[in-house]
Design a protein around this ligand. Structure first.
Ligand code: AMP
Length: 283
């Protein structure tokens, strides 16, 4: 497996499978890399803790950085190369310019769906779209793999690519299912911040998502999720049931909807989501 620090060395991976990450890799990331390898194309993993997608009071400085372990995980999962760009190469006009560009990024509509990530992290998707477009331009992949774990992000990037089909002509976004710990907690780089009692409380998130499926109306499902989160000592930021495609209220007649949660345990913010079936929507 090659380690690439200079974008000029990316040529041989053009048309390959891209797996963008911020490092602190775990089995969730490994599943994306394995899916990339299964496509038969060379897999380029990128590791870049992107400053423009963090808000001023967020955890950029203390985001986990575990490069040695990341390289082992990437190689074992089948990566052909890992691209580790510098801030300067990603943002050649300077970080301050990039941050203001991110704040003005013309976002796909789905990035501004009321009361989801955008409401709580107003500059987040600007930074995500900026860094992901830069990676697409530099790496020119034909497939790019993203996790459903960050469901709104997946939808935002998919929509951004659809809206820019002449810029990224043959690029296809491949969604990958969320990988969980055996007890149901969605794997996340931020889980390593949890102390043992917070780790127990964090289980309330996957339990809340499961509880949503037992109710016969959106309002009752959302109430059940909020109550489950409360019972586990989690501070709810949102716990909602939305259309899988628009992320607005579910359409009647849809086969599935998405239950989506963001919740905090002290300073640690966790997100998760799950599909909810048709009997629930139509109930
Ligand atoms: P991150 O390093 O957190 O920015 O994530 C990089 C990619 O890995 C994103 O596409 C995430 O959605 C995906 N990812 C993160 N956690 C998981 C998980 N538990 N299962 C599947 N994909 C994941």
């Amino acid at each position: 497996m090659k380690i690439i620090e200079n974008a000029e060395k990316l040529n041989e991976y053009r048309g390959g499978a891209l797996v963008p990450t911020m490092g602190a890799l775990h089995e969730g990331h490994a599943s994306l890399i394995r899916a990339g390898a299964a496509s038969g194309r060379p897999v380029l993993v990128t590791i870049f803790v992107n400053p423009t997608q963090f808000g001023p009071n967020e955890d950029f400085a203390r985001y986990p950085r575990t490069l040695d372990a990341d390289l082992k995980i990437a190689e074992a999962a089948g990566a052909s190369a890992v691209f580790i760009p510098t801030v300067e190469s990603m943002y050649p006009n300077g970080l301050a310019n990039a941050a203001s560009h991110a704040a003005q990024f013309s976002l796909p509509a789905i990035a501004t769906t009321p009361l989801l990530e955008d409401a709580i992290r107003p500059t987040h998707f600007g930074g995500v779209c900026l860094v992901v477009s830069r990676l697409f331009d530099l790496c020119e992949p034909s497939l790019a793999f993203f996790g459903e774990k960050d469901f709104q992000q997946l939808r935002v990037i998919t929509q951004m690519v659809e809206e820019n089909s002449s810029r990224w002509k043959s690029l296809k976004i491949i969604p990958c299912v969320t990988i969980r710990e055996p007890d149901g907690l969605a794997m996340s780089s931020r889980n390593r911040y949890l102390d043992p009692s917070q780790r127990t409380s964090a289980l309330g998130i996957s339990r809340a998502l499961q509880s949503a499926a037992n109710y016969s109306s959106v309002a009752a499902g959302e109430k059940s999720m909020r109550e489950t989160l409360d019972r586990h000592g989690l501070e709810t930021q949102y716990a909602v049931i939305r259309s899988e495609t628009t992320l607005c209220a579910p359409e009647s007649g849809a086969k599935f909807a998405r239950a989506l949660i963001a919740a905090k345990l002290g300073e640690i913010r966790l997100i998760d989501n799950a599909s909810v079936g048709i009997s629930f929507i139509n109930g």
